[in-house]
Each structure stands twice: as C-alpha cells, then as structure tokens.
Design a protein around this ligand. Sequence first.
Ligand code: ADP
Ligand code: MG
Length: 258
Amino acid sequence: MTSNGTAEMVRAENVHKSFGHVEVLKGVDLVVKPGEVCCVLGPSGSGKSTFLRCINHLEKINGGRIFVDGELVGYRERRGKLYEMKDREVAAQRRSIGMVFQRFNLFPHMTALENVMEAPIRVKRENRAATRDQALGLLERVGLGEKTGNYPAQLSGGQQQRVAIARALAMRPKLMLFDEPTSALDPELVGEVLDVMKDLARDGMTMVVVTHEIGFAREVGDSLVFMDGGVVVEQGNPRDVIGNPQHERTKAFLSKVL
Ligand code: ADP
Ligand code: MG
C-alpha cells in the first residue's frame, strides 16, 4: 500500500504518444506496485525515455491514461471527461516523482550541498537549517559525506550522478524514475551508482529504471519490461525474461547485450 492507500504506485493503460506523424508509443501498459523496482530494457529508439517522461508528464500523452499513486497524471477527470491540469497542478504532482537522467544536469555554479538543497528551498520553501541537515544526510547516504563542498567539475561522473540522486531524494519522492543513469559513465564508475540504487531499492523505494545493466535488472529488479518499437514485447520476472526470453526480439536484444 502507498501513503494514499493505493495498491499500485504506477499504472499505465494503453499509453499512446506521437511526435508529429510518428507514433512512438503504441499502447503501453505497465503496473508497478509500491516498493517494487521495475527495469525497462529495449533497443535505442524503442520509446523507453519517452515513456518515462510521460510518467511525470514531461511529455503529454495522446491516448490512454497514467496514474501515479492512484492519481491521474496531468489530467483531472470530471463527469467522465478529462481536463488538462494547469501548470501549477502539474508541477505539484511532479514534485513527488524524482527523476535521474543519463546526464547529471547538476548546477555547475553550486556545490554538491547547494545542488541538493536547491529544490526544497526554492520549490517547497522549506526551512534552510533543516534542509541543510537533510541534504548532508542524503550526501552521506550516497557516500559523499566528504565532498559536500565540491563543485560538479571537481567530482567524477559517478560522484556527480550520486549527487543527482541525492538531489532527487531531497524532495522526498514516492517514486523514482531513472533513465539510463549509468550509460554516460566510465565503466569503473558504474558500480558505485548502481550500489546507491540498490540501497534505495532495499530501503523500499519504488523505482522505474531504464537500463542496459542486465546484472542490476536480474539482481535488483522485481519485474522486467522489454520494449521494442513502442510496445511492451515481453514482461515478467527478470530472471525468467533474461534466462528464458519468449520472443524473438527479446532474444535478439539480449544476445547483443549479454
Ligand atoms: P529510447 O529511449 O528507447 O532510445 P526514445 O523514447 O528516446 O527512445 O525515442 C523514441 C523515438 O521517438 C525515437 O525515434 C526518437 O527519435 C523519437 N523522439 C523522441 N523524442 C522526440 C521529440 N521530442 N520529437 C520528435 N521525436 C522524438
Ligand atoms: Mg532513451
């Protein structure tokens, strides 16, 4: 159960998304329960990032519905009709969803600590001292207790990505979305970021993770979704899907990344 008392943290029903005449998502369904880690795999261009962005309404969907913690994303339903939310409502909704991208997008002119403190202070107008304590705790948690005063340029890619995770956590999200969080990292830095994500998962965070890290999906994932061409081709227990894929497209993809 979530804090709203819902049994599902994410529910996507028949999600369609087009850019101009190109349909990128062609009816995607997904359910992620509270505390679950759902890993999304698939070839480049299959619509993974677009789908993730739809979950927090960074992209508007053209069809279907998405619920986060029982709430319709981006729309209000009144008498069976859907009305688009005002920007303010969208922003409020988005605050409870953390997102971490492939590129770390930290503010270059702010220290690690200032980066983590920024959103709670600017968006939530929270108390500065309490926010600072929380941010220090989060940086400690991602293993950067010694680096709180460093600027992004003084941190490795793996450290920057861990700051980005701490920054997302500072808003106390109920859901975390990760879009290939380790793809831009040198191989030797991937592990430290995956370890932080593992720790989050162990702590009960609900996460949707687009990744090519099969080992992570197998070890940490509660479910695995394989997307190709804008549809979910196959989904299930990660060990089953990875060990015994049922569809040719899944087999072909796995044979390339394993
Ligand atoms: P993935 O993350 O699986 O690599 P994406 O969701 O990034 O796939 O992209 C899916 C398809 O949608 C690609 O063909 C991409 O070119 C297209 N696409 C993504 N975003 C846009 C956009 N803003 N405008 C037009 N086309 C887009
Ligand atoms: Mg992508």
